[in-house]
Design a protein around this ligand. Sequence first.
Ligand code: SF4
Length: 468
Amino acid sequence: MSFEDIPVDIGVVYEGERVRGKDMFVELGGPKMAKKFELALARDMGDIEDEKITIVGPDLKDMEEGSYHPFGIVVEVGGKDIEPDLEGVIERRIHEYINFVEGMMHLNQRYDIWIRLSKKSFEKGFNSFEFLGKVLIRLFKSEMNIIEKIQVTFITDPKVIDERYDEAINRYTQRDERARGLTDAEVDTFYGCSLCQSFAPTHVCTITPQRYANCGAISWFDGRAAARVDPKGPLYAIPKGETIDEYRGEYTGVNQAYTEKSLGKVNSVALYSAFEKPHTSCGCFEAIAFVIPEVDGLGIVHRDFKGDTVNGLPFSSMADSTAGGRQVPGFHGISIEYMRSPKFLQVDDGWNRIVWLPEAIKERVGDFIPEEVKDKIATENDAMNIDDLKTFLKQHNHPVVDRWVELEPEEEVAMATDDSGADYVAVPGQMTAMVGGVGGGLEIIFKNAKIYAEKVIIRRTQKGDKKK
Ligand code: SF4
C-alpha cells in the first residue's frame, strides 16, 4: 500500500500523537461543536461508487487557521460478507486510521468525535479532505478485506450536519437497542477488544451483552461479527470458561484473556464493580463513575459535561486518574449504554450508590434508573459542592445515607518505640492503603515498611448518625 501521493507520513507511529491548541490548524467536531458524528453504513454493492470521496461544505483549504467546525464523516461499505452488525466495528476503525496520519488527532467516537489537524501538516500540503479520504479508503481496504467497495463523505456544511446528525443518532440507537435483548447468562462467549492498546497497553475491553464497551461504540453483536470475519483482528472471542462468581461477573475465561492480553499486568477482573478488581479503563470511555468518599457514593460525569463537577473537578482531571489501562478502584471508565444495563455496577449497589450525575445523562438514561431512587440522585441543579450534596442526600433519604457512620471521639494510640527511640508503627509484610479524596485516589503499597509518625489517630466508627 502506497501513500506517496499523500503529503504527510502515514503510520502506526503517529497513533497517540497529540495536537495541542497552539499547534492546530483547525479543529473538527470537539467540545465547541454541538453536532458532530462519524457513521459507518453497510450498503448494497450497487449503491456504492467505489473509492468515491465527497466533500460537502468548506474543504480544509477554505478554512481559517485556528478555526472550529462542525464535522461529519460517513463511510459506506459493501461486500458479500458485509452485514449491518459490522458497522460499529468498521466505524471504530475510523478513529484508529485517522490517528495514523501525521499531525492528525482523533478522539472519541460516534456523536462525540474531536479531530485536530496540525499547522505543520497543513503547511506540508495536507490541505484537503481528499487526502484523508484516500488514506481511509486504502487502509480500510487493505486491513479489512471483507470490504469490496467503499465511499467516503466528509461534511462541514452546518445545514447538512443538522440533517444527517439525526440519521446517525437513530442508527446508534438501533444498534444499542438490539444488544439489550440478550443477557450475559445466555451466552457462553464474550468478546474482547484491544484496539486501544496503542494508547493504554494493558487495557482490554470485555464486551458482554450487558456490559457495553467503554467507548460506547461496540456491542456484543458487533464484537461477534468482527471476530467471525477477522478472528486475528483486534476483536476476538473470549470463551467465558468457568463461572467464578456470576453476581460479580468473574469468569476464568475473562481472567485468562486479561492475563494474556495485558502481558500479566491484569489477571483478575470483576465486570460489574467500580471498586473491586474493576474492568480496566483506556481513555475512550464515554463517562466516569468516580468515588465521592465524603458520602460513600459514586458520581458520574460524561465527556461533554462542561466545567467542574460536584467534587470541584472537571471530567478532564478525573480522566487522568482513570485512564491508562489500569484498574483504579473508585475511578471507573464506562459507556452510557452500560448505565442502561441491569448489571450496572451491581456489586457496588448499582443505582442505589449513584449520588450525583449531570442532568443531561439523567434524561438520557432516565428510563433505566429505578423509580425509587431516581429523584434521590442529585444533578448540577441540586448540588455543586459536597456540603450541598450531603444536605440533598439527607433530605431525599438517598440509600447511601444508611451507609454513613458517626465518628467517635478520637482515641490516641500508644506508640511503640524502636531501638533508636523514635516513634513508629511497624507494618508487617505488606499493607495496601487506599487514600481516597476529592480529586482522585491513590493506592499505596507498603512492603516491610516502618512508618514514623508523631501521633497516630484511630477512629472507631459505627452505623447510625449521618454526621460526617
Ligand atoms: S474502548 Fe474498548 S471497545 Fe472501544 S475501541 Fe477501545 S478497546 Fe475497543
